[in-house]
Design a binder for this molecule. Structure first.
Ligand SMILES: Nc1ncnc2c1ncn2[C@@H]1O[C@H](COP(=O)(O)OS(=O)(=O)O)[C@@H](OP(=O)(O)O)[C@H]1O
Length: 331
């Protein structure tokens, strides 16, 4: 790719046209995928138009709900749970949309929709809207940060996030060389040195955590490992926070457990809709490779042990302790 050119996810997307000059003028790094430095952070070039378009054009409503995550922290799971819990009076669980479509089609990713020129679909959604974002809290448009909307933030052990992202990267880039050139340990150490997209995992978490200090009743913090350990209790916390608590009758009828099962890794990853699609090839573009199956891998805690050396894992844990120290957020 010529230096300065912007890769096209969708040629005709308005945000791309609008941001082309700005993006082309930003510092670029081509070592893995092209990334550009914007507002103090490195962003994949392919997602930046959507981020800028969201900042310029998105208008939040006070009753919006945002599902915020660092990539690979459990976004797919969170989307499925939030969608299932808030729409439970509309759909029988035995014939639920999540059995037919992927969670990413049930809850739209804000910057991705803008990236594809589909922001009007976001505008047309009835209130209360549920939207997802990977954007850092500090780069959210004022209309989100300043509005009264609720945010559910899900975080995960950074070691497992790195490992999950590493596997995903191999799929997205579609090259076998990627794994050889960028083994997990190297990716993790680079992350510890601040070389990452979407900021570091720690800065991402802390941004939302600090915002929560100011609006504790509007920002709910969930942790992937705790959700695995106690899915029903965490689902109930989320339902309470979203203003749709389970009634005693629903609880007695086993509704909480049914939603947990519907959204479980084993259930969702086993559905035909979430199986690898045959038209995906190693030569595919990033978009083609983002098939539903790529959002499901193991769905466990601690897979880092199979991919990361003990020394690098220790370094990552030290970073986590250092970064979170004094924040009130415990690891
Ligand atoms: N239902 C459910 N339950 C538990 N875990 C799940 C579920 N769905 C997806 N996953 C696991 O989440 C990891 C993918 O993270 P994200 O969904 O955040 O990816 S993305 O940012 O939307 O691309 C990825 O983790 P790893 O398995 O460790 O790679 C997925 O397997």
């Amino acid at each position: 790719m010529a230096a300065g050119s912007v890769p096209l996810l969708s040629e005709d997307a308005v945000p791309l046209q609008e941001c082309r000059d700005l993006i082309a003028s930003l510092p670029v790094d081509h070592r893995v995928v092209p990334v550009r430095q914007y507002q103090g952070f490195w962003w994949p070039e392919s997602t930046l138009p959507g981020v800028i378009a969201v900042q310029r054009h998105f208008k939040s409503r006070p009753d919006d709900v945002f599902l915020a995550t660092y990539p690979k922290s459990g976004t797919t799971w969170l989307k499925s749970l939030a969608f299932a819990v808030t729409t439970r009076s509309q759909y029988p669980l035995s014939d639920h949309p999540l059995l037919q479509i992927n969670p990413h089609q049930c809850v739209h990713s804000l910057e991705r929709m803008f990236n594809r020129g589909r922001s009007s679909e976001i505008d047309a959604l009835p209130s209360p809207r549920i939207l997802a974002t990977h954007m850092l809290h500090s780069v959210l448009p004022d209309s989100i940060a300043a509005s009264d909307c609720r945010i559910v933030y899900l975080w995960r052990d950074p070691k497992d996030v790195i490992v999950s992202a590493w596997h995903f990267g191999e799929k997205v880039l579609g090259t076998r060389e990627y794994q050889a050139e960028w083994p997990v340990d190297k990716v993790a150490m680079a992350h510890c040195e601040g070389i990452s997209t979407h900021a570091t995992i720690w800065d991402h978490i802390l941004g939302y955590w600090r915002a929560r200090m100011h609006r504790p009743e509007k920002i709910l913090f969930l942790r992937y490992e705790e959700m695995l350990a106690e899915p029903a209790a965490n689902l109930k916390r989320m339902a309470d926070f979203l203003g749709c608590p389970f009634s005693p009758e629903e609880e007695k009828a086993g509704m909480v457990e049914e939603i947990v099962t519907l959204c479980s890794f084993n259930n969702l990853s086993g559905l035909a809709i979430n199986k690898p699609s045959s038209d995906v090839t190693d030569e595919g573009t990033k978009l083609q490779l983002l098939n539903n199956a790529s959002f499901f891998r193991k769905g466990e805690r601690g897979d880092w042990r199979n991919h990361m050396s003990p020394e690098v894992a220790r370094r990552m844990d030290e970073m986590t302790m250092e970064k979170l120290q004094g924040s009130g957020l415990s690891f």
